[in-house]
Design a protein around this ligand. Structure first.
Ligand code: G
Ligand code: G
Ligand code: MN
Ligand code: NA
Length: 253
């Protein structure tokens, strides 16, 4: 596969980039966080879907290098935000369950934070629900990360398999409602029951709730009426290059 063959050079040459999508607090519109998203524009095939990039890294033995690259970019962004007084903006990175089960992710992440001199509470790990999740292997690492102060989020919540006891077991602080449940909410009153239930669950269990996939003003209006704490989506902010994020936080003149 071309992706596998070309990934090492792409990583070296800076063709692989880390982009960031803003997450907003609904009640006052403040940017509360950023989700880091990997991007690679292949010279012949165009944008490579992130899961394909992650898989290509795995088969070429570059997973750890890719993770190092992502963590470096995340920490650089965190430092740049702090310089601009935006200390409260938390940065979330996606980790795939297989990687979390296999690699010493807790040590790698905490080591990187130490190297950058950054506090752990500025960081969040997004884990997708997965039936094949090796709960024993994963929960110990999440416990270490959580004990250090890193926030744990369950991604794509509501379409997977998380039980309520699993949320506790994995030290979850935040649930991200899958965008398939959120997009079109404004136009489809029948979609609202499920989303409202997750919002209420979050309040009862002291979990932060993020609605993903907010694509229209009417989606946002519906979420506001439902008292949803956080929102993310194309209507609110697209994934952006690091420079564009920083310009938006504090414009350089
Ligand atoms: O960014 P986009 O919507 O194309 O992402 C598609 C999928 O790839 C999503 O499930 C997202 O979580 C995942 N993804 C994006 N960036 C990363 C990354 O840096 N690491 C991992 N493990 N997954 C990512
Ligand atoms: O699985 P995960 O939630 O990590 O997926 C994140 C992906 O969702 C990102 O690649 C991002 O590009 C995409 N995304 C972000 N906001 C929206 C949105 O409003 N609509 C759609 N369709 N995709 C979105
Ligand atoms: Mn995510
Ligand atoms: Na999601």
């Amino acid at each position: 596969r071309d992706a596998e063959r070309d990934l090492p050079d792409a990583l070296m040459e800076g063709a692989v980039e880390l982009w960031f999508q803003p997450i907003y607090r609904v009640h006052d519109g403040e940017m509360a966080g950023l989700e880091a998203l990997i991007r690679w524009k292949h010279p012949r095939h165009g944008w490579v879907p992130p899961p394909e990039l992650i898989a290509a890294a795995a088969v070429t033995g570059l997973s750890e290098q890719l993770l190092g690259f992502i963590l470096d970019r995340v920490c650089q962004m965190k430092l740049a935000l702090c310089e601009r007084g935006a200390d409260a903006v938390r940065i979330a990175l996606n980790v795939c369950p297989r990687e979390l089960a296999q690699a010493p992710l807790d040590e790698i992440i905490l080591g990187k934070l130490r190297a950058f001199g950054l506090p752990a509470d500025g960081l969040e790990i997004e884990v997708t629900e997965d039936t094949a999740l090796d709960v024993a292997a994963v929960s110990e690492k999440l416990a270490n990360l959580s004990a250090a102060g890193i926030s744990i989020a369950i991604d794509d919540f509501g379409v997977g398999y998380s039980s309520l006891s699993r949320l506790r077991q994995l030290r979850v602080n935040r649930v991200k409602i899958d965008r398939s449940l959120v997009t079109g909410l404004g136009e489809a009153a029948d979609k609202r029951g499920l989303v409202q239930a997750v919002i209420d669950l979050g309040r009862a269990l002291k979990l932060e709730v993020v609605a993903e996939g907010v694509e229209t003003q009417s989606d946002l209006t519906a979420l506001r009426a439902m008292d949803c704490p956080f929102a993310q989506g194309y209507h609110l902010g697209l994934p952006m290059r690091a420079d564009d994020v920083l310009d938006a936080v504090a414009p350089t003149i």
